[in-house]
Design a protein around this ligand. Structure first.
Ligand code: G3H
Length: 539
């Protein structure tokens, strides 16, 4: 391990030329009302999780600086969005669906041109390895394509009239107003765009604030946003949440709050809104997804899935397996195979092919993980794997903790990092109680092959979490499937299709089925007097 840690951080001349960043990026631009405006106020330093080896020790790479807008400036972005929405009468919310789709398609074309720039910054800003960074970019593009497809399908269904009890009706989905979209640092592109794009395409106007890390990687997309949408439809702000987002929420002008982060932050921000019934929320929050390994099990598969489930992107996924309950009959073998598999994960720099474990972007995270491990050890657990819990700068080598009990912090806290707590169990009720009593309810994984036990557990857990994974790790994808959570884990359901619903409301135009009304409606449609009341069929 000493050798691995010693070789971890490169010297400047060891960085492959393709991934060199050059001079630190000083970003002063932000997007408001269709203009890239210049911010002359204070800037935040953007550090990389990557450190460089130097003669006098390691030093953290400074990537650049980004605007720290104040509340008044953030409010100008909100005003631009409010103006573009114009109480629902703006060009964007009243535009025909086919035209809105054309704007989003234009954006997608421009976005694809920035793939290399964004992928490079994903690696440098959050330490995501090259393969996963490329996957995040491509998955986001696919999500946009699928969203367009889903909206076309929705619109086709809405383009006809219905006749119920003598009332003729056309039901369409209409936008809600101004959306505030904020994503998380672990998927600063993908998760943000899974709310941003549906919000836009349904006719809402948007204020978007990038995540706390993964800020500079939005910069290459600002021109594409500016050129692809009418002024004020999409506005991008930067700065501390406390200085910017609080003011936006307190203004009462936000209609939809799309946020991925902690439930505490979401609750505090929602409380600031003076008109709670006006505000709709789409929230992805904390999770502590358990993996449950039963005595009758394909252990190779369980280990394979548990390792990737717990350690993809160093465990920094909301869907990561954050605690493993393993039956006493198989726990020894499970732990042996888990450790063997763990040794195949290569630590290194994000751009190095085959690297699985990378440095962590959050300041203080390594100390936090050390504290969790120490606490568990003080209460009777051991770090089983060689080198587990050793660190260097921003890098923390995964710690496999066993046996973990309720007395330990890691049993309860969402570690969001490379610490794997394993709890042995004999009685299934121990595990069932954990799930029932948990404050979280996103997903869980069941590993086993006894139909009676699995069937019974599915029934027990179906009312506890949003997704039960059989013999596979927890995950969000495929993006056409619902993604949600119970308790403190989420509010609302997202999927390609569901997100279109979240950012819109069904609106009905109804009329008695009488000659005069039939003539009126026919004339409106024939002469294209309305963009809402239409039978246009989008191909
Ligand atoms: O961080 C939470 C993400 O939505 C997880 O997505 O399961 O595809 O990694 P994923």
């Amino acid at each position: 391990m000493d050798h691995l840690l010693e070789a971890l951080f490169p010297s400047a001349d060891q960085i492959p030329e393709a991934w060199l960043l050059g001079e630190p990026l000083e970003q002063r631009e932000y997007l408001v009302g269709g203009e890239l405006r210049r911010w002359d106020g204070p800037l935040a330093t953007v550090n990389s999780p990557v450190w460089l080896k130097q003669a006098d020790g390691d030093s953290q790479v400074v990537l650049g600086r980004a605007p720290l807008l104040d509340a008044d400036t953030a409010l100008t972005a909100l005003d631009a969005a409010v103006q573009a929405y114009d109480k629902g009468r703006g060009a964007w919310p009243t535009m025909r669906v086919a035209e809105r789709i054309a704007h989003v398609e234009q954006f997608l074309t421009r976005m694809r041109e920035q793939r290399t720039a964004v992928v490079k910054l994903l690696m440098w800003e959050i330490g995501k390895n090259l393969k996963d960074a490329e996957k995040e970019f491509d998955r986001t593009c696919d999500y946009i394509v699928d969203t367009i497809g889903a909206l076309k399908a929705l619109d086709r269904r809405s383009s006809r009239f219905e006749l119920e009890q003598g009332t003729l009706g056309q039901i369409r989905r209409a936008p809600l107003g101004v959306a505030l979209c904020m994503g998380p640092y672990n998927y600063p592109l993908n998760e943000t765009f899974t709310t941003l794009i549906p919000a836009l395409i349904m006719g809402n106007t948007v204020v978007f604030k990038p995540a706390k890390f993964g800020v500079l990687l939005i910069r290459p997309l600002l021109e594409a946003f500016r050129d692809s949408f009418p002024p004020g439809v999409i506005n991008v702000i930067y700065g501390r949440g406390h200085d910017t987002v609080s003011a936006l929420m307190a203004s009462g002008k936000v209609d939809v709050f799309a946020f991925i982060g902690t439930h505490k932050a979401a609750a505090a921000l929602k409380k600031l809104h003076p008109k709670p019934h006006r505000l709709r929320a789409a929230l992805g929050l904390d999770a502590k997804n358990p993996g449950i390994v039963l005595p009758q099990v394909d252990l190779d598969n369980a280990v394979e899935e548990a390792v990737t489930g717990a350690l993809s992107f160093n465990g920094q996924r909301c869907t990561a397996l954050k605690i493993l309950f393993v039956h006493e009959e198989v726990v020894d073998e499970f732990l042996t195979r888990f450790q063997a598999k763990l040794t195949t994960l290569t630590p290194g720099m994000p751009w190095t092919p085959g690297v699985a474990l990378t440095p962590l972007p959050e300041p203080g995270k390594v100390d936090y993980l050390h504290a969790l491990v120490s606490d568990a050890c003080e209460h009777g657990a051991q770090v089983l794997n060689a080198g587990g819990g050793q660190s260097r700068g921003s890098f923390f080598y995964p710690a496999l903790l066993y046996p973990v009990s309720p007395a330990m912090r890691v049993y309860h806290e969402e570690q969001f990092g490379p610490v794997i707590p394993v709890v042995p169990f004999r009685d299934l009720d121990t595990v069932i109680e954990y799930v029932l009593d948990s404050d979280y309810g996103q997903q869980l994984s069941l590993f086993g092959n006894d139909p009676a036990t699995i069937g019974q557990l599915i029934d027990t857990f179906a009312n506890q979490v949003g997704r039960i994974n059989l013999n596979s790790q927890c995950q969000r994808g495929p993006d056409t499937y619902p993604f949600n959570g119970r308790k403190n884990s989420a509010e609302g359901t997202l999927s390609v299709h569901d997100a279109l619903r979240v950012f819109s409301i069904r609106t009905l135009v109804a009329a008695r089925f009488q000659e005069a009304n039939k003539t009126l409606i026919s004339d409106i449609i024939r002469h294209r007097e309305s963009s809402f009341l239409t039978t246009d069929y989008i191909f």
